[in-house]
Design a protein around this ligand. Structure first.
Ligand SMILES: Nc1ncnc2c1ncn2[C@@H]1O[C@H](COP(=O)(O)OP(=O)(O)O)[C@@H](O)[C@H]1O
Ligand SMILES: [Mg+2]
Ligand SMILES: [Zn+2]
Length: 272
């Protein structure tokens, strides 16, 4: 792997092998379906998703919302070299949401009461439905998929896996959230503000379902930044199982109530 690329240390969930590139970008190998979700994303959803500069599908690189860095042909050349050196065919080149943070606390919450795509086998569907039924996905529209942070009392690093997340009851989920959100009051209100923006974007989005998407929350425990706003990022991520109601596909009416239920519950849990 060329030196511009390193392992991404802040990935806390998911199966894709994300790498970091040029300091503030990450590359996610993904499916053609997720690449298309980004290409077809409405401005409202793009506004609450990570900034996606470039996508590669079937070996073709396309500029989506390139930042200055990704508009430079020399940098693009390096990116293409690396993408070509791997086996995957479809990639997202995104801004790293944790960029600039010194001691980020990170949380991935799978959103919604239904988590499975329309395009998987009956067997896999049954397994997703069972997982949803037996976890906080069905009761709260939220399931802990991964978390990493340092205890405030200095007792060390906490890591929570998706397997652990599946064992949580509503009460223990709420208690995990209260531990994770032991942050300063101003940061907490910035989290809530960003969750409201995501909720509003979902409420205004008809005919789409964010099955399998997550809320990614990253808050910097290091408070020496000039602007506190930069220490709090909440994003909607993972669009590989979403439904877009395209011709020939299952059709959905109205907004995604399951996802909205999850975001609303998190807002309530945080404010209690
Ligand atoms: N733009 C991003 N910035 C920072 N971290 C990200 C970003 N996108 C994904 N991640 C990290 O990678 C993990 C997996 O991403 P996700 O899109 O859910 O992939 P998968 O399809 O493998 O589940 C997330 O839980 C998060 O830790
Ligand atoms: Mg994921
Ligand atoms: Zn870029």
């Amino acid at each position: 792997m060329p030196p511009a690329f390193t392992e991404y240390a802040h990935q806390i969930a998911g199966r894709s092998n994300i790498v970091k590139v040029f300091g503030d970008h990450i590359i996610k190998p993904t499916s053609l379906y997720e690449v298309n979700s980004y290409l077809k994303m409405t401005p409202l959803i793009a506004d609450v998703a990570p900034d996606c500069c470039l996508v590669m599908s079937n070996g073709k690189l396309q500029a989506l919302r390139p930042c200055g860095f990704c508009s430079d042909s020399v940098n693009i050349h390096v990116i293409i070299q690396v993408l070509n050196a791997t086996d995957a065919e479809h990639f997202l080149v995104m801004r790293d949401v944790a960029h600039g943070m010194i001691k980020p606390r990170i949380l991935d919450l799978k959103l919604g009461t239904r988590t499975h795509s329309d395009f998987i086998s009956e067997e896999k569907k049954r397994s997703h439905i069972q997982k949803s039924f037996s976890t906080t996905s069905s009761t709260l529209g939220l399931r802990l998929c991964g978390a990493k942070f340092y205890e405030n009392d200095g007792s060390g690093k906490v890591k929570i896996s998706k397997t652990e997340g599946r064992t949580l009851s509503d009460t223990s989920f709420i208690s995990q959230m209260s531990t994770f959100f032991t942050i300063c009051g101003k940061q907490k209100s910035l989290v809530t503000k960003q969750l409201f923006r995501i909720k509003e974007a979902l409420e205004a989005t008809e005919a789409q379902r964010f099955f399998g998407s997550s809320l990614l929350v990253i808050v910097d425990d290091h408070l020496g930044h000039e602007f506190l706003e930069k220490t709090v990022k909440v994003k909607l991520i993972d669009f590989s199982s979403m439904a877009r109601s395209e011709p020939g596909e299952p059709q959905y009416v109205g907004a995604d109530r399951g996802a909205i239920f999850g975001v609303s519950n998190l807002i309530n849990i945080i404010s209690d």
